[in-house]
Design a protein around this ligand. Structure first.
Ligand code: SAM
Ligand code: SF4
Length: 331
């Protein structure tokens, strides 16, 4: 174990790490084809899931090292039982100022209230299409459940609600303007994401790759776009539709990577810290936690892990390199 003195996390490239994506499960009730293959069941065994008290310890250690923001993700985070209880425990960690959730919304109508009471401040929902038959083809699930979930979150008062649409050539590029209209109508923020080649879904994702420059051009033909901003600290570059509150974010890991400003690491459900979505560098915390390391040793382990953070992903140079799925790493 290395000796460290200072209580912050800075990686070898001078980037301050202050954001944790926390995957609470690698399971999901949908099967978006670009994320998880149909029939995939090779999940982490429950005895290898970090327990809530272990997650709390790790996030507490991160917060003492300067992390202020945590996004809960997965897999589908709402598949993990008693999630609001975990949220409420994390919400009590003094240093954590922003607790957000990424969800597919299938179970949101049931849990939105409890999540808000527990301390979730912001919600991102994946929604690639507004057409039920297409939704079924992309995800294997039912659109009406998701719509119920989104509308419940709106009614409960979550704001902003960000809609994440993975933009795919030949799949949903005919719905760009419908999605803009939908988000305008409901006062949602809209974000487009480029497909990344992950796991053995990688090839399919690459086949449907769509450069978001084209999406932006398409929107600009119907709407006046002006520069926009949005709190959150993620990698999206925002525009705003003039004369409205609608902000549209473009997340371009492939056409314009944002590695030089990367401020995050990902904690998987089994306690592995992944340093980059597009590289294999990782550090396993679970064996140390279960061996009974002290809080100081835990902080030192995290500081050591951050020294492993690579400079950038290599999705373009080496698209078949990453064999784990997005659902495992915590997207
Ligand atoms: N299940 C939740 C959801 O769908 O929002 C949270 C986890 S999901 C892995 C997080 C995000 O990763 C989603 O917005 C999803 O669209 C995105 N994602 C998954 N696989 C991807 C891929 N190959 N390329 C780009 N984005 C991907
Ligand atoms: Fe599940 Fe989210 Fe992956 Fe879709 S993107 S399969 S909803 S984890």
């Amino acid at each position: 174990m290395i000796e460290t003195t200072n209580n912050t996390l800075t990686d070898p490239y001078g980037r301050k790490i202050e954001y944790v994506r926390l995957s609470v499960t690698d399971q999901c009730d949908l099967r978006c084809f670009y994320c998880m293959p149909k029939g995939f069941k090779d999940y982490t065994e429950p005895e290898n899931w970090l327990r809530f008290d272990e997650i709390e310890r790790v996030i507490n250690a991160f917060s003492e090292l300067g992390t202020k923001r945590v996004r809960i993700t997965g897999g589908e985070p709402l598949v993990r039982k008693n999630l609001p209880e975990l949220v409420s425990r994390l919400n009590q960690i003094t240093g954590i100022k922003d607790l957000s959730l990424s969800t597919n919304a299938t179970r949101l109508s049931k849990h939105a209230d409890a999540l808000q009471i527990a301390g979730i401040s912001r919600i991102n929902v994946s929604l690639d299409t507004l057409q039920a038959d297409k939704f079924k083809r992309i995800t294997g699930g039912k659109l009406d459940k998701v719509m119920n979930g989104i509308m419940t979150a709106k009614r409960v008062g979550f704001h902003p609600i960000k809609i994440n649409m993975v933009a795919m050539r030949g799949i949903n590029d005919d719905e760009i303007e419908d999605m803009v209209a939908f988000c305008l109508e409901h006062d949602f923020t809209l974000r487009f994401i480029e497909t990344m080649p992950m796991g053995n879904t990688g090839l399919e994702a690459t086949n449907n790759y769509l450069d978001l420059k084209l999406v932006k051009q398409q929107i600009a033909e119907s709407y006046e776009l002006i520069p926009g901003t949005m709190p959150g600290g993620g990698p999206a570059r925002y525009s705003q539709v003039a004369g409205t509150n609608l902000r549209i974010g473009f997340i371009t890991p492939i056409s314009q990577h944002f590695c030089e400003t990367c401020n995050r690491v990902r904690l998987a459900v089994d306690g592995t810290l992944y340093m980059c979505l597009g590289q294999e560098d990782k550090f396993e915390l679970r064996p140390l936690l279960r061996k009974g390391i002290s809080d100081d040793e835990l902080k030192q382990a995290i500081q050591y892990a951050i020294t492993l953070k690579p400079e950038r992903h290599e999705f373009n140079e080496n698209p078949s390199q990453i064999i784990r799925f997005m659902s495992l790493t915590g997207g």
